[in-house]
Design a protein around this ligand. Sequence first.
Ligand code: DX5
Ligand code: ZN
Length: 221
Amino acid sequence: MQPYAIAPSILAADFARLGEEVSRVLEAGADIIHLDVMDNHYVPNLTIGPMVCTALRRFGISAPLDVHLMVTPVERLIDDFLAAGANYISFHPDACVHLDRCLQQIKEGGAKAGLVFNPASSLDALDYVLDKVDLILLMSVNPGFGGQRFIPSALDKLRQARRLIDESGLPIRLQIDGGVKQDNIRQIARAGADTFVAGTAIFGQKDYRAAIDGLRRELEA
Ligand code: DX5
Ligand code: ZN
């Protein structure tokens, strides 16, 4: 993957035309596609399941699919998303009883495994599993909805996570999710993020290429 990756969240896409929306955003320069899976239990919203992943593959989408599970329990859905063609599967440690087992389940299924941390959660869950993690996802909003404002304390947490990753020497991606816009992405990158989820900042614009180019311009500046 490139040093910086842009991951549009389909939560802000037009679901009535999802295949076209995903194709358009990929043509516009997106690197990976972020799928927000919500169960109205772990978070107070209900979105999509593995069927949508399967449907995107059938539609011909071959780009990496990055599944963000906001569900509890996670075990069953891990298998279903593996079968549906997910490339990255991330889950919240507090939504899962046997964290190490779930990470193994993802990796044995051939996908990359991620752990997700809510704005007020510490990174302690990484202590004994850092070597099994391919992706650390820091939430910069409380999970459940798109279009929320970036919580600034995520910047310090990004620095902390970046230190952990660099000290480990492991090739772990550091992803940020929530309220990422053109006017804050540079600061977020400087704090250590390398993978940027953006929903409304991309799908909320008419011209997806202009939106993605605008984000990249800030990263290159
Ligand atoms: C929130 C989701 C995010 C969300 C981001 O629970 O995990 O991926 O869609 O949306 P924006 O970019 O609009 O904040
Ligand atoms: Zn997400």
